[in-house]
Design a protein around this ligand. Structure first.
Ligand SMILES: [Zn+2]
Length: 486
């Protein structure tokens, strides 16, 4: 039978506020265990939470970016469950009235058309602490330690809507996650580093016979923090579920874990529902009344969204769309490009040098563009040198590499390393004579009309000058010398 897939995400995003959600402890990744804690975030009796305004600001920013309705009156609730990394025995979250509801995110679907994915709600909650087991798994560990540094870091949960355009394939799931992460980075509320646990997903997946209306039982795979693992887990789970249905079996509504080594999902427990958590309004926190001015102010300061930026860059600089999509994936890269564009006229060359050459250097050094020593002004100067033929592409790459290492300007590097192009006709003539006398057979070949030999001579001249011979001048010279043949 032919099945269709329904995928929905609940994405947890750690907000990059300076302090935690309900106390003044710093949000600091990699600090010594239990060094960023106080009575509030370790749940000591009598300690009272005070809401961090910045976290509310960030939640609303996310809501506006995803076209949600912002609830003017909102409330925190206690989600009751026991786990050693949750010292209060409950998590402060939002239940009945989250900050944001009914939004959407537009992606490009598998059919190449825009697809509007429904966002049900965005709520703010506190993160739990972190258990560190003495061995790789809980079962094989002699003991576990708990680090409360993460306890009460603001966590935004973005919940997709099952009933409004859920994702239909593993590929769309990937596109959704990438787009969501891109937007959250654009609005600068989280760095969304998966390896630091700042962007974690629970993913629901079910299948149903194609064309049917009802939903099959959902399986939830919890706490995924790598795009690759999410895709592997989904692929495995879709196959597993269709095999169960083919064999006339039942799919249990359950929570499963992804085994990263075996690349399979394993049943963990039957899925809990909201009543299991005995939500009730947190009596320690007053209801949050959000002022219209507060929302307006956030709206006014919202940065340009990625889709708008793509369209504007195409229009303003005439860069092909496939390149613009690469440039705008990361806000800092697009800022770098636009900075360069303000300094030089050859924007197409700037774009292609960023994508091909600068990206390679950044990747090899594993650093983000904002840590790169090259200033947009210097980068543009190099692009101008390339456009005007002051340096060849080959020399340009050498210069760029040096700029990347030292932060020096291209003019200084060219001067210091003697990389100025050789334009002078007499010098070039001499180099050509040398190349011919070292390879006397080429003359005969050229006379016989073998144009390949001309290219061979160009190559020899470039080699002798270490790429500094001005290629335009070299071609002119050869043309002049062998006019009758070429
Ligand atoms: Zn604290």
């Amino acid at each position: 039978m032919d099945y269709e897939t329904i995928i929905c995400f609940e994405t947890h995003v750690e907000l990059k506020t300076k302090t935690k959600l309900f106390c003044n402890c710093l949000v600091k990744y990699g600090a010594p265990p239990n060094s960023q804690v106080c009575p509030v975030c370790t749940g000591q009796p009598g300690a009272l939470p005070v809401l961090n305004k910045k976290a509310v600001d960030y939640s609303i920013r996310a809501g506006l970016a995803l076209d949600c309705t912002i609830n003017r009156r909102s409330q925190f609730a206690r989600k009751n469950y026991f786990y050693p990394d949750l010292p209060k025995g409950y998590q402060i979250s939002q239940y009945e009235r989250p900050f944001c509801e009914d939004g959407y995110l537009e992606i490009t679907g598998d059919d190449g058309l825009p697809y509007i994915v429904g966002i049900k709600r965005i709520h703010l909650e506190e993160d739990a602490g972190k258990l560190v087991h003495s061995s790789s798994t809980f079962k094989t560990s002699d003991y576990s330690l708990v680090d409360y540094n993460r306890s009460s870091i603001p966590l935004l949960e973005i919940v997709m809507d099952h009933e409004r355009n859920p994702l239909r394939s593993v590929n769309e799931a990937r596109v959704y996650l990438e787009k969501l992460r891109q937007i959250l980075r654009y609005i600068e509320i989280s760095d969304c580093m998966l390896e630091k646990g700042q962007f974690r997903c629970d993913v629901n997946v079910s299948i149903r016979p194609r064309g049917s209306q009802g939903f099959g039982n959902r399986v939830e795979i919890k706490n995924m923090s790598s795009f690759k693992y999410i895709m592997d887990a989904l692929q495995y789970e879709i196959k597993r579920q269709s095999e169960v249905l083919e064999a006339h079996g039942n799919i249990n509504q359950e929570t499963r874990l992804f085994d990263e080594k075996k690349r399979i999902t394993l049943a963990m427990r039957s899925k809990e529902d909201a009543p299991d958590y005995r939500y009730f309004p947190d009596p320690d926190l007053v209801e949050v009344d959000i002022d219209g001015e507060f929302i307006k102010n956030i709206q006014k300061n919202m940065p340009e969204m990625p889709d708008q930026r793509v369209n504007r860059i195409i229009e303003a600089y005439g860069i092909p769309k496939n390149e613009v999509l690469i440039l705008t994936k990361n806000k800092n890269i697009s800022d770098f490009f636009e900075n360069c564009a303000s300094f030089c006229n050859d924007r197409k060359r700037a774009s292609s040098w960023i994508i091909k050459d600068l990206f390679k250097l950044l990747n090899d050094a594993s650093i983000p563009v904002e840590k790169c020593l090259i200033s947009p002004r210097d980068f543009s100067l190099l692009i101008t040198f390339l456009s005007e033929g002051h340096v060849t592409d080959k020399i340009g790459r050498i210069v760029l590499e040096e700029m990347f290492k030292t932060g020096e300007g291209p003019d200084a590097i060219i001067e210091k390393r003697g990389l100025k192009p050789i334009d002078d006709s007499d010098t070039l003539e001499k180099i050509l004579d040398e190349a011919i006398s070292e390879n006397p057979e080429v003359l005969a070949q050229i006379k016989m009309g073998m144009t390949k030999s001309i290219n061979f001579l160009i190559g020899q001249m470039m080699k002798k000058t270490e790429g500094r011979a001005n290629p335009k001048k070299v071609r002119e010279l050869l043309h002049k010398r062998f006019r009758k043949v070429v």
